[in-house]
Design a protein around this ligand. Structure first.
Ligand code: FO1
Length: 324
């Protein structure tokens, strides 16, 4: 059954968030679902504006995602990249031939004066995505990784070029002090219409924190009279994708779902009402309760569309229960 009455806001990074967003899009009508996406990973490469998390959402929701790589488009070819390498170009970041079209079109529309929100809507519509997907901001925010060796790396240099190998000691978001929420995100927060807020299973430090820190969004969300439900991105001590678990160890916290709950409670006190843990972490449910969050233990690993839909339904039902 597709829900039409709720107004659902989902906050998302890349792969894990996109999977739950796809599940939500199966069970919530397009006009009732908005996905706000991290743009701290965005950067300029070869003169092109690349927005990895928005791309992952767009390709996942349009059915074009490359499931093997976890980023980019399916049936990709790499002629451009090979030709670039041949002439000594900067090829550490792999832009596939099909994917390149997205970055060229985005860059060209931005250069023509459109905002990132407007460009995102145009690209989503062109690929048949009806869910409302917004960048968190139209301003520039850049995630910086501060390494234990004293170096500071731009996010994609850390993530892709250096394969997340450097040990980290902290993270900051350049430009966040002056960045404003994207206009439609702002309108949604002010609309008094939200009934469910879901924080997708995305990296707490580099995917969700930029959204919550931006213009004190976490306080604005906390002030809304509807439950905030978070799905743990850590299952059985491991991140299903990406460096979240490694980052936790280097930031001197255990890489567990419980430590994720603790991080949110310490950093954004009182924001999260419900915390969804995987069955593998059922033993931590009582400790989550003790933090003041209601736990829901369920299957959170999303291997196929049925898993995504089942988790989306479970999260929405849990949120309904929390709303009383
Ligand atoms: N991730 C990689 O590990 N290697 C790449 O060469 C790479 C290229 C790439 C191109 C476009 C795009 O939208 C994403 C791309 N990603 C690549 C993924 C991406 O940089 C990261 O997964 C995210 O930033 C983390 O959320």
């Amino acid at each position: 059954m597709v829900r039409t009455s709720p107004k659902v806001l989902a906050l998302s990074g890349g792969v894990g968030g996109a999977k739950l967003a796809l599940g939500l899009a199966q069970v919530v009508s397009a006009d009732a679902l908005t996905v706000v996406v991290n743009t701290g990973d965005d950067f300029e490469h070869l003169g092109l504006r690349v927005c990895p998390d928005l791309d992952t959402l767009m390709y996942t929701l349009s059915g074009l995602a490359n499931q093997t790589l976890g980023w980019g488009q399916q049936d990709e070819t790499w002629q451009f990249l090979e030709a670039l390498k041949r002439i000594g170009g900067d090829a550490w970041f792999s832009l596939g031939d099909r994917d390149l079209a997205t970055h060229i079109q985005r860059t060209s529309l931005l250069a023509g004066g459109l905002s990132l929100s407007a460009v995102t809507t145009a690209l989503m519509h062109a690929l048949g995505v009806t869910t409302n997907v917004l960048p968190m901001t139209d301003d520039q925010v850049a995630t910086l990784i501060h390494c234990q060796n004293g170096e500071t790396l731009a996010f994609q240099h850390y993530f892709v070029r250096d394969r997340c190998e450097p040990l980290i000691k902290g993270i900051s978001f350049q430009g966040i002090e002056t960045a404003r929420r994207a206009p439609d995100f702002e309108k949604l927060i002010d609309s008094d219409s939200l009934t469910q807020i879901i924080i997708c299973p995305s990296n707490p430090f580099v995917s969700v924190a930029p959204i919550l820190d931006l213009a004190e969004t976490w306080k604005a969300l906390k002030a809304i009279d509807c439950p905030v439900v978070l799905v743990s991105p850590i299952v059985a001590g491991m991140a299903l994708k990406g460096p979240a678990a490694k980052m936790m160890t280097e930031l001197k916290m255990p890489s567990t779902a419980l430590a994720v709950a603790r991080f949110y409670e310490q950093t954004y006190p009182g924001l999260v009402d419900g915390f969804v843990l995987d069955e593998a972490d059922a033993a931590s449910a009582d400790a989550v309760s003790a933090l003041g969050m209601r736990p829901l233990v369920t299957q959170t690993v999303m291997k196929n569309l049925a898993d995504k839909q089942a988790l989306a339904e479970a999260v929405l039902l849990f949120s309904d229960e929390l709303a009383g």
